[in-house]
Design a protein around this ligand. Structure first.
Ligand SMILES: Nc1ncnc2c1ncn2[C@@H]1O[C@H](COP(=O)(O)OP(=O)(O)O)[C@@H](O)[C@H]1O
Ligand SMILES: [Mg+2]
Length: 321
């Protein structure tokens, strides 16, 4: 197939995306696909083959059969790009508009999980009635986050309630929607999910950040973290993580790929932290590493995702609208 690989983008995760995109291009080429590289600039402009890209519906995006958007955060992972690709009627890798937007927004996802009784830390939306009083009931430390961000940008760990306002101000610089969470105390465990309906889950891995928490430096700095695969948790905890990963993927309407992140508490309770519809995607990223431990090579993974995209697009178009 001819695959348009989209990377870059307008979010603070531009650089991360460019690295993931370069890996995807190599993977797809190794799997025998033809690739056209589309780079979305920080200004939002689309460039390919040295020229601006024609984004008119009906123009056919560069003759591609399928798009592989490898973008994180705003205008990439939040449903807006997915909406554009829907308008272009092009199959694309990953979750659709609704699912992307749902998973990008920590508050919306947490409310969805709460409705199904899925275990997670307690949380409060800044600005809702009585939010300050409810924050005080969550104990310390508190985690204050922009609702729609990633890569730990804008997140503050608050040790003392006197620091809450400053932390909210920091989060508000990134998003008018801000969430405050109670603290988990356990291991950080991640699980890769691959498929459309009835998706498969990887062996869980443990993130061991070489910092107080898994902040931006730990995520992307040289030697900032180690990944232990399989995670040193019990068989029961492993099964629970995998079961919840598939359940959250399906509940949130995800497609293709997602990485579901957890806290496994000292008493064995498994809490869902979040689900990322476009996790870091280089060949050494956690998402690919976990699947590779199960025998799926990176080129085969890229190939599978393109196939899943085409399959989902065909099914979506089979409905009357
Ligand atoms: N409620 C929490 N309890 C304990 N640690 C947390 C909590 N929320 C976030 N963290 C820490 O902050 C990191 C980033 O938070 P996360 O919600 O995953 O945001 P992002 O979308 O930026 O990855 C987590 O990987 C973890 O190390
Ligand atoms: Mg995270």
């Amino acid at each position: 197939m001819r695959v348009a690989v989209l990377s870059g983008g307008r979010s603070s995760e531009h650089e991360v995306s460019v690295n993931s995109g370069a890996s995807v291009i190599r993977g797809l080429e190794q799997a025998g696909h033809e690739v056209v590289e589309v780079r979305i600039g920080r200004d939002g402009g689309w460039m390919a083959e040295g020229a601006a890209v024609d984004l008119a519906p009906g123009a056919g995006l560069l003759g591609a059969d399928v798009a592989f958007p490898v973008l994180h955060g705003a205008f990439g992972e939040d449903g807006s790009l997915q909406g554009l690709l829907e308008m272009l009627d092009l199959p694309y890798v990953g979750s659709d508009v609704l699912s992307s937007a749902t998973c990008m927004d920590k508050l919306t996802l947490k409310r969805l999980l709460a409705g199904q009784g899925i275990p997670q830390v307690d949380f409060v939306a800044v600005g809702e009635a009585g939010w300050r009083e409810r924050c005080a009931e969550l104990g310390t430390p508190l985690w204050v986050k922009p609702s729609r961000m990633g890569s730990s940008v804008g997140i503050t760990r608050v040790e003392d309630l006197s620091a809450l306002d400053a932390a909210v101000e920091t989060a508000l610089r990134h998003d008018p929607r801000v969430i405050v969470e109670a603290s988990a105390h356990g291991r950080e465990i991640e699980c890769s999910v691959l498929g459309n309906e009835d998706p498969e889950t990887s062996m869980p891995g443990e993130i061991m950040a070489h910092a107080e928490w898994y902040d931006y430096e730990a995520k992307y700095g040289e030697g900032g973290m180690d990944l232990a695969v399989p995670a040193p948790i019990s068989e029961i905890e492993t099964a629970r993580v995998r079961e919840l990963a598939a359940q959250v993927f399906t509940l949130a309407g995800c497609a293709g790929l997602a990485r579901c992140d957890f806290f496994v508490e000292p008493d064995g309770t498994v809490l869902v932290n979040e689900i990322n519809t476009m996790p870091g995607f280089t060949d050494t990223s956690v998402y690919a590493k976990l699947l590779e431990a199960g025998g799926l090579s990176y080129p085969d993974l890229c190939d599978r995702l393109v196939g899943l995209a085409v399959e989902r697009h065909a099914r979506a178009r089979s409905y009357e609208f």
